[in-house]
Design a protein around this ligand. Structure first.
Ligand code: KG4
Ligand code: ZN
Length: 317
């Protein structure tokens, strides 16, 4: 039997620093937010492994806010240096994609992945581990950003996605006809600024006419417009590129309406659909451990001069 490969992964692209220990890219031994627990107890206690047992340190080095990224990168470099373990920098979005490997042992490339987070909306073909072809992207707001902005407009607070998701269950998704944008000559590209503006216009109109604002109907109808665009374009891409497996990734991948609608559409076309548990959809370090494992196998190694790259591109090394 081959030796297990253990990755200690660190992710700090957003508000908090998270750490995880992942075995062979697929098995999570521990997954915590480091404000909850001191890092030394993570690999000492939680994961029942010592730093000695770790094969490499994986860390998110972009894209994201430079100040936040630097926290994780500096920590990873310090551990890499002190423990003499190789350092493997990981792209945050490639981490989101790799979250799918953790709970789906049968999932292997090639597959189509719809990445929908607070900062990104991409359709990519995962050709192999660490090899991506971007075939679609948003021209304006990311899907999660649209959820957050609409949530704020109807007074739900941040992060808006989960709140819209919950409120939408009490509303009618066909109450208001919000637009689905199609972009000429770019069948797999997205645009969400139109639907967001339509929600704001609807609110203004109701106020002007002194009509009652039904927040649940707005949430349900807005969500339906976003989900419809995501499902239609993903299915069209799967057909055009003859891919039989579809995966969802990023915070919005935990949206219940998206999971249901994509599930129904994939079943109809006999495509296999994968998505991570909600806890692995939003930012976490386990997904970075999964991505770092495949990078490690591909031979990616970074030096102690590794820097945070706020606008790191997918596939850039
Ligand atoms: O992937 P993520 O944790 O962070 C980024 O890398 O951006 O995604 C966060 C985004 C937020 O915009 C949040 O509102 C959205 O994911 N989100 C959701 C749901 N849960 C999180 N959007 C819709 N429905 C949800 N259930
Ligand atoms: Zn993220």
């Amino acid at each position: 039997m081959e030796k297990d490969i253990l990755i200690l992964a660190i992710e700090s692209s957003c508000d908090e620093t998270a750490a995880a220990v992942v075995k062979n890219g697929r098995t999570v031994l521990s997954n915590v937010i480091s404000s909850q627990i001191a890092l030394h107890t993570l690999y000492g206690g939680e994961a029942k492994v010592t730093l000695e047992d770790i094969d490499a340190i994986g860390v998110t080095y972009g894209p994201g806010l430079v100040g936040a990224l630097l926290v994780g990168v500096a920590e990873a470099k310090a551990i890499s240096y002190a423990a003499k373990k190789p350092l493997v920098g990981v792209h945050h979005i490639e981490g989101h994609v790799s979250a799918n490997f953790i709970e789906h042992p049968d999932l292997e490339p090639p597959f189509l992945c719809l990445i929908v987070s607070g900062g990104h909306t991409h359709l990519v073909i995962v050709k192999d581990y660490g090899k991506y072809e971007i075939i679609g992207r948003t021209h304006d707001d990311a899907a999660g950003e649209a959820f957050d902005k609409v949530a704020r407009a109807i007074g739900l607070g941040y992060p808006g996605g989960p709140k819209v998701d919950k409120l939408a269950k009490e509303g009618k998704k066909d109450a208001i006809a919000f637009p689905r944008a199609n972009i000429a000559d770019a069948p797999y590209d997205f645009s969400f600024s139109g639907v967001k503006s339509a929600v704001l216009n609807h609110l203004n109109y109701c106020e002007m006419k002194k009509e009652e604002i039904n927040k649940a109907d707005i949430a349900a109808s807005f969500q339906e417009a976003v989900v419809d665009a995501l499902v239609t374009k993903t299915l069209a891409a799967a057909k055009a590129y003859k891919l039989e497996k579809v995966a969802l990734a990023g915070g919005v991948a935990s949206n219940s309406a998206l999971r249901e609608a994509m599930g129904r559409a994939c079943e109809k076309k006999e495509l296999k659909l994968y998505y991570p548990s909600p806890i692995l959809c939003t930012d976490n370090a386990a997904m970075i451990g999964a991505a770092a494992y495949y990078e490690y196998l591909n031979g990616t190694r970074h030096g102690l001069d590794l820097n945070a790259i706020p606008n790191l591109k997918i596939g850039q090394r």
